[in-house]
Design a protein around this ligand. Structure first.
Ligand code: SF4
Length: 200
């Protein structure tokens, strides 16, 4: 095993083991590492991301190692406020498939296997930050008042995710997104199934 580069402690909101609930990797088992803090304040945000424990990289790897799963998803808050190339590389060296869920406001480091961007900011901001970055999926939360997104970046998959009403599906938002997908078939519907299944 390579010697580990000393990195600052990470502020970790929570670590849990569950199934990916949305997007192209939906249904796959993953260790979710929710890093604390966010740089945006979205009105519909239902995520608590301010509380945290400070863990060294070794401690984080050790906690993830309790789960017998080779997939890790860094999420938040906004994970790119803390997720550096050293952290991604350490997980890669430990044998993990490293996925990222980001709001698109910060550029990802090298060493990420799967980049899912769910932009909460104007599309052009994403394009400036992500020049040269391979985006595997773009996922936009949409409600009935919003039209089809016009992203300035390319991705392998384009998803529309109907905005929920808290934990509950919103029928009008779902029907609106279905209409948008039918009119723009390059997009696909992605419902937040973890909420429907009542899992994390
Ligand atoms: S970017 Fe995500 S975590 Fe941050 S405030 Fe918006 S919805 Fe919440």
């Amino acid at each position: 095993m390579k010697p580990m580069i000393p990195t600052p402690k990470l502020r970790v909101n929570e670590i849990f083991y569950s199934l990916q609930g949305e997007g192209a990797r939906k249904g796959s088992a993953n260790i979710f590492v929710r890093l604390a803090h966010c740089n945006l304040t979205c009105g519909y945000c239902d995520t608590e991301f301010e509380s945290y424990r400070e863990l060294s990289l070794e401690e984080l790897l050790s906690e993830c190692g309790r789960y017998k799963c080779p997939n890790v998803v860094f999420t938040g808050g906004e994970p790119l406020l803390q997720l550096t190339e050293d952290v991604a590389t350490a997980f890669k060296d430990a044998g993990y498939f490293v996925a990222l869920e980001t709001n698109g406001s910060e550029r990802p480091p090298k060493g990420i296997d799967y980049v899912a961007v769910s932009p909460k900011v104007a599309e052009h901001v994403v394009s400036q930050k992500f020049e040269g970055v391979h985006i595997h999926e773009l996922r936009y939360v949409r409600n009935r008042s919003q039209g089809i997104p016009r992203p300035m970046v390319r991705a392998d998959h384009y998803f529309l995710s109907p905005e929920f009403n808290g934990e509950f599906p919103d029928r009008e938002n779902i029907e609106h997104c279905i209409r948008l997908v039918k009119e723009h078939p390059e997009w696909s519907l992605s419902v937040q199934e973890h909420k429907l299944l009542n899992i994390r």
